[in-house]
Design a protein around this ligand. Structure first.
Ligand SMILES: [Ca+2]
Ligand SMILES: [Ca+2]
Ligand SMILES: [Ca+2]
Length: 185
């Protein structure tokens, strides 16, 4: 049980999850993912997601563009292989599959592909550790029936099939949390 003075645990414990503290290269400095224009002339006709890595002194340095993401996606941070480097999961609109950019440790990443994204809402998904195994999992909204499904983190990326939760997506405004403190979300 947590002491009353620190019901959420010590400050250092609260932000140990890479889901909450984005660090692509594991140097302890928080990093950013930004959407920016990559073809600006004569007008911006293509955007991309770009990693900016935190530098000593508080500056940021442009690192990598996110492959297979052209700007309409909404990448979500998580750690799908349990190495404490922040990965990014999103719906690859170019191939209509769920995919994860697994961070490599130098600011780069390798792409991993999960199941087809057909039949899911492509713009609304969440990340949490559904089964408490230390690998983050993807919560995806199935269109019909309108239920949440979970595509588990495998330790190397995403598993090839989804788990049916039976939980309706009705209501909107969803988030993922550990409701009963059993370290499963
Ligand atoms: Ca970093
Ligand atoms: Ca990782
Ligand atoms: Ca998991």
């Amino acid at each position: 049980m947590r002491p009353v003075a620190q019901p959420l645990g010590a400050l250092t414990e609260r932000y140990r999850s890479s889901t909450r503290r984005v660090d692509f290269n594991g140097d302890g400095r928080e990093d950013l993912l930004v959407r920016s224009c990559i073809y600006e002339y004569p007008y911006c006709d293509q955007t991309a997601w770009r990693q900016l890595l935190g530098q000593p002194g508080g500056t940021l340095a442009l690192s990598y563009d996110l492959d297979m993401a052209f700007g309409a996606e909404l990448p979500q941070p998580g750690d799908f292989n349990g190495d404490h480097l922040t990965d990014l999961v999103f719906h690859c609109l170019s191939v209509l599959q769920w995919c994860v950019a697994i961070s490599s440790g130098e600011g780069g990443y390798s792409m991993n592909y999960g199941p087809s994204g057909n039949g899911y809402l492509w713009y609304l998904y969440l990340v949490g550790d559904y089964d408490g195994d230390g690998f983050d999992d993807l919560y995806a909204m199935r269109n019909s029936p309108a239920n949440w499904e979970v595509i588990r983190g495998s330790g190397t990326g995403l598993t090839g099939s989804a788990v049916t939760t039976g939980l309706s997506t009705a209501g909107g405004g969803w988030t993922v949390t550990d409701y009963n403190g059993d370290l499963q979300q």
